[in-house]
Design a protein around this ligand. Sequence first.
Ligand SMILES: NC(=O)c1ccc[n+]([C@@H]2O[C@H](COP(=O)([O-])OP(=O)(O)OC[C@H]3O[C@@H](n4cnc5c(N)ncnc54)[C@H](OP(=O)(O)O)[C@@H]3O)[C@@H](O)[C@H]2O)c1
Length: 213
Amino acid sequence: MSVVVALAVTPPNGTGSGLRKLTYFVACTIDGFIGDPKGDASSTYGYVMGEYLEFLKAEYPETVAAPAWPVLGIEPGTPARRYDTVLQGLNSYRIGLDAGITSPYAHLREYVATRSLTESPDPNVELIADDLVGRVRELKAEEGGLDIWLCGGSTLAGALVDEIDELVVKTYPEVYGSGMPMFGTGFQVREFDLGEVRAFDNGVVVRTYTRKR
Ligand SMILES: NC(=O)c1ccc[n+]([C@@H]2O[C@H](COP(=O)([O-])OP(=O)(O)OC[C@H]3O[C@@H](n4cnc5c(N)ncnc54)[C@H](OP(=O)(O)O)[C@@H]3O)[C@@H](O)[C@H]2O)c1
């Protein structure tokens, strides 16, 4: 049975500022790595089961890649709960692309940051080459809608660390010792307020934090 600790919970699109939030919704190990040194986190896949999987399907269905919906039992047309937009770096997007998947989150508006890829492989995917921060601020300022999911990876999260309004950190009960950090950026202290904490029977803990401004 899962344990829920609800502190100050921020509702979707609820920064109170009128802006859409940029949320880094990310999976990591206990020691804060989002993957092995090359970014591979397949050792954690076995935890996506049972009540934790049901939580993801109920609360964050849109963060499941479209090809996995039938596999995980997500009904076609299931509405997004929190995000209507996803932002990926090229290396993260390339994982699906290399498997022939040009629009992994076809149910969302998809943006891929890249300076090297000049033509989008899919009509649903918009490339961002210049002024990444400015483009993200434009997306945040759009009227209405849900929030923006910063998918990763490490390099992109490092480039956008100061634009992040919220973290949703899914911590898997593993230690890597070294690997790909959550943020590929230099040292600087940045503070966050703790919101909801959910602990699942398989040892996964999902914590939500809001950036202190
Ligand atoms: N655990 C998780 O939840 C999670 C989530 C997502 C990804 N990942 C993992 O993260 C790994 C990839 O991370 P990564 O750090 O190697 O790469 P990444 O952040 O996915 O992509 C990096 C690329 O994004 C582009 N980019 C970054 N900053 C930019 C800017 N300011 N303007 C324009 N383009 C910019 C660049 O593309 P160009 O080189 O084309 O300029 C850069 O090479 C993958 O292995 C993936 O599995 C894990």
